[in-house]
Design a protein around this ligand. Structure first.
Ligand SMILES: NC(=O)c1ccc[n+]([C@@H]2O[C@H](COP(=O)([O-])OP(=O)(O)OC[C@H]3O[C@@H](n4cnc5c(N)ncnc54)[C@H](OP(=O)(O)O)[C@@H]3O)[C@@H](O)[C@H]2O)c1
Length: 305
């Protein structure tokens, strides 16, 4: 447990949801940028000299800093919120009384736009919760004069923790083929988690990002089918993509629904293979030099899965 910071002149980065794919890349980037880091998630990992891991449930914990056995250091605090956005508004109100919080950089999702008219009630609820949380975050930041930046990615991959690219790669490894509904012509722009981590640091140092929201897509636009074919190639395999009609897919889903790795799939998700999920990131490039990588060369990443 941390009771002091090695260098109190350093700004302190509080990173919530630090165990996720973005956190994986953001923590070392923040340390390299001169922050002392406090990383929070329900599952803690080991601390290092300039970084403390704290296991906390943000949903139930009244004081997210009660592990600090001394008054919070009088440094400049920056919150990087990578945990689910609906947890943020109440966290902010608890933090502003405790520390000199100056800046908030948080992740929402383009699902707030794409799922709002979904035929699946659960997806609609997710979109509505994101929209409500975004609005509440902005209002709270305005009330307490905190500078905010909001990022909305769509399809994140990069360290084997995602349920899209990693799922496809694992399916191909297991079965040797990949099933598509229809042509799989929906457009995708997968974004690497490290490009999002870099965006956090770039945005912190770029004044135009104050009180702005950005849709952050990846560097390359490809159809769902092309994305699957690229994953086959990155795994060193020739693409074997099988088109399956919806009724067969439903039978398949029903029969594998008990397996943990298939639990997240729904018919609505599968039909989305043929819908475009594309967002322009020009504003982010202009404001803070956002330059996400292409999806094509991920062989190294795939070898690690
Ligand atoms: N994955 C995507 O393709 C995608 C697409 C668009 C937007 N996003 C957004 O981008 C961000 C990162 O997404 P992701 O998929 O990499 O990660 P994620 O699975 O959404 O990560 C959630 C993180 O928050 C922590 N967390 C969850 N509930 C918590 C609680 N009650 N108290 C404390 N910590 C809690 C989790 O760690 P513990 O389980 O250890 O607590 C985990 O580290 C999220 O805001 C997500 O909504 C993701």
């Amino acid at each position: 447990m941390m009771t002091h910071f090695p260098n109190q002149s350093q700004p302190i980065a509080l990173v919530t949801g630090a165990t996720n794919q973005i956190g994986n890349f953001l923590l070392p980037r923040l340390q390299a940028a001169g922050f002392s880091v406090i990383a929070i998630s329900r599952r803690a990992q080991s601390s290092s000299p300039n970084m403390v891991w704290q296991s906390l449930d943000l949903l139930t914990n009244v004081d997210p800093l009660n592990f600090l056995k001394i008054p919070a250091p009088p440094a400049k605090w920056v919150l990087f919120h990578l945990a689910p956005l609906p947890l943020l508004p109440s966290l902010l109100t608890r933090l502003v009384d405790r520390v000199e919080l100056t800046r908030v950089i948080a992740f929402s999702s383009t699902s707030r736009f794409t799922k709002i008219n979904s035929t699946d009630a659960k997806e609609q609820a997710i979109a509505l919760a994101l929209q409500t949380a975004e609005e509440a975050m902005i209002t709270t930041c305005q009330t307490h004069q905190l500078i905010w930046t909001l990022f909305r990615p769509t399809l994140i991959y990069g360290c084997g923790k995602d349920k899209n690219v990693t799922f496809i790669a694992q399916f191909i490894r297991r079965f040797g083929f990949f099933p598509l509904l229809g042509n799989g012509h929906g457009l995708r722009q997968p974004v690497h988690a490290d490009d999002l981590a870099n965006a956090c640091v770039q945005a912190y140092f770029s004044p135009p990002t104050s009180n702005q929201a950005y849709n952050l897509s990846g560097g390359e636009t490809l159809t769902y089918r092309q994305m699957v074919a690229a994953i086959f190639q990155q795994l060193g395999k020739s693409p074997r993509i099988v088109t399956i009609p919806l009724p067969w897919f439903k039978i398949f889903l029903h029969s594998v629904a008990w397996l943990p790795s298939f639990k997240h799939l729904s018919t609505t998700m599968l039909t989305r293979m043929n819908q475009d999920l594309c967002f322009d990131h020009t504003l982010a490039s202009q404001d803070f030099g956002y330059q996400p990588r292409n999806f094509v060369d991920n062989r190294h990443h795939m070898e690690e899965l």
